[in-house]
Design a protein around this ligand. Structure first.
Ligand code: S3P
Length: 172
């Protein structure tokens, strides 16, 4: 079976949904951020602080090589994973990608209490965060939209989204 990649902006629920989906489908599960933290014995915050973003992107690229050898795996990708190093093109050859789409307004609300572990947003002043999210989403959405499927999550709850993903991957 093909690998399944959950793609989207920070705060779109990729990790939670991916874990649940892997249990329902009896697939392996990889959370790219967790793997990189484990490999470096550091949190994402520490990695960004001790090294820099480009180091982190290289770590994502190197992890991808391992992922490509996997089968029957659900991969919850970090928000920038598919936006660097042609990764979106590569994963499209390896599996099914699903973009969990939210508006920037909604992402701002969803992220409100969850900045701490996210260095890219954490470093932005509170009164500039909404604008930052909107601009970053604008830059990144062209990559996300290359996914095989797009789920507009705005009016859906977690179970709806899981059902939707399940039905999409059952038809492929
Ligand atoms: C990032 C998103 C984060 C994490 C890192 C960078 C990004 O993952 O990979 O902080 O560039 O959007 P989540 O999408 O799980 O927050």
């Amino acid at each position: 079976m093909d690998n399944i990649y959950l793609v989207g902006f920070m705060g779109s629920g990729k990790s939670t949904l991916g874990k649940k989906l892997s249990e329902i489908k009896n697939y392996e599960f990889i959370d790219t951020d967790k793997e990189i933290e484990k490999k470096n014995s550091m949190t994402i915050n520490q990695i960004f602080k001790n090294f820099d973003e480009s180091f982190f992107r290289q770590e994502e690229l190197s992890l991808l090589k391992t992922i490509l050898k996997q089968k029957k795996t659900i991969i919850s990708t970090g928000g920038g994973f598919v936006c660097f190093n042609n990764i979106m093109k590569t994963i499209k050859k390896n599996g099914i990608s699903i973009y969990l789409k939210y508006s920037s307004k909604n992402l701002y609300k969803r992220l409100k209490e969850n900045y701490q572990g996210r260095p890219l947003i954490n470093k932005i002043q509170e009164n500039k965060r909404e604008e930052f999210i909107s601009e970053l989403l604008q830059k990144r959405e062209k990559f996300y939209l290359e996914s095989n499927f797009v789920i507009d999550c705005l009016s859906l709850n977690e179970d709806d989204i899981l059902r939707k993903i399940n039905s999409l991957i059952s038809t492929t």
